[in-house]
Design a protein around this ligand. Structure first.
Ligand SMILES: Cc1ncc(COP(=O)(O)O)c(C=O)c1O
Length: 335
């Protein structure tokens, strides 16, 4: 296995447009709830989930039996793979996509087969995915780092073509795309959906996610999960976050507007950007990708070089419109 390289330190205080986080912060209601919950006594007690679980299930429109709380999406992927994938099984992932699908599959001893997005257009390779034979297919929708999304009909085709295959639809960026298949978990027994509190909710540091499937599948996965993997403060934060739906909706609409500004601004500079349904935009800086990243960093703006997996490409997070304007201004100076 190639070792996993965690993100660079020292990002706090810079304009962080490199990890698709919320760029303004979690809701003040989340911070207040954490401050109330943080006592010497509360820290002594193992986490309890009995209040938060039904509340979060209600928020997501499922029953508590159809949901696992997880230590970020990363643990959701790990639990899913550990439950269903054995040594030597084949797991299909898209390329490029979220690195942890490969990571946990390899840890489980699976053979990872990558199906590439179409060169040039980054169109979803549906024919190849439909033809693939695998124990699991792990899909990010919208996809990171391309930003491209697939519709419900496409997901339906995949689910129906592979009734015996575990299909994960990772909806980490759902709030920016509006496309979900969470309502299908009772209809398709091979469907698994994940959500995270790391993106729109502004809680990446808390490590909080949810994994959904029908009750029978969820019961199997619960057997493969450590009982206290989600810490008590993460649960408090998530419960407070879903109470402040206006904050989430407001941030999502701001990021969607910033995304449009980024695409328009990049076009004005003559830079090609790919269509995005997420809170980031992938653009072509060509041979200057690394230079662009480094010069922007010197100007206090962090973006992510992706040229190691898609030639010449750089990814920039859409935060607020003012932040998009600052990024475009710095880029214009160096372009
Ligand atoms: C597709 C996708 N899924 C999941 C995550 C991370 O989720 P979490 O922080 O909940 O582990 C990311 C973060 O970049 C992502 O891009």
């Amino acid at each position: 296995m190639a070792p996993y390289k965690p993100p660079a330190d020292g990002r706090l205080g810079k304009l962080r447009l490199d990890f698709n986080e919320n760029t303004v912060g979690a809701s003040p209601a989340v911070v207040a709830a954490l401050q109330r919950a943080l006592t010497a006594e509360s820290l002594t007690v193992y986490p309890e989930y009995s209040e938060a679980r039904p509340k979060l299930a209600r928020y997501f429109g499922v029953s508590p039996e159809e949901m696992l709380l997880s230590n970020g999406t990363d643990e959701a992927i790990q639990v899913l793979v550990n439950t269903y994938v054995d040594d030597g099984d084949e797991v299909v992932v898209l390329h490029p996509s979220y690195a942890m699908y490969r990571f946990y599959s390899e840890v489980a001893g699976a053979t990872v087969r990558e199906i590439s997005y179409r060169a040039g257009t980054l169109e979803f390779p549906l024919a190849e995915v439909l033809a693939a034979k695998a124990r699991a297919i792990l899909i990010s929708n919208p996809n990171n780092p391309t930003g491209t999304g697939i519709g419900r009909e496409t997901i339906q085709q995949i689910l129906e073509a592979h009734p015996e295959t575990v299909v994960l639809i990772d909806e980490a960026y759902f709030e920016f795309s509006g496309v979900t298949v969470l309502d299908w978990i009772r209809r398709y027994s091979n469907l698994f959906v994940s959500r995270t509190f790391s993106k729109v909710y502004g809680m990446a540091a808390m490590r909080m996610g949810c994994l959904f499937s029908n009750a029978e599948n969820a019961a199997w996965m619960r057997k493969a999960q450590s009982p206290y993997s989600v810490n008590a403060l993460a649960v408090v934060a998530a419960a407070a976050a879903v109470d402040d739906a206006d904050y989430i909706a407001h941030y999502a609409s701001e990021a969607i507007a910033a995304r449009a500004d980024l695409q328009a601004g990049l076009a004005t500079l003559g830079i090609r950007a790919f269509p995005s349904a997420a809170n980031f935009v992938l653009f072509e800086a060509g041979a200057r990708a690394i230079e662009v990243r480094d010069k922007l960093r010197d100007a206090g703006v962090l973006v992510r070089d992706r040229s190691y997996e898609i030639a010449g490409c750089v990814r920039v997070t859409a935060g607020t419109r003012a932040q998009a304007a600052r990024f475009l201004e710095e880029l214009r100076k160096l372009w």
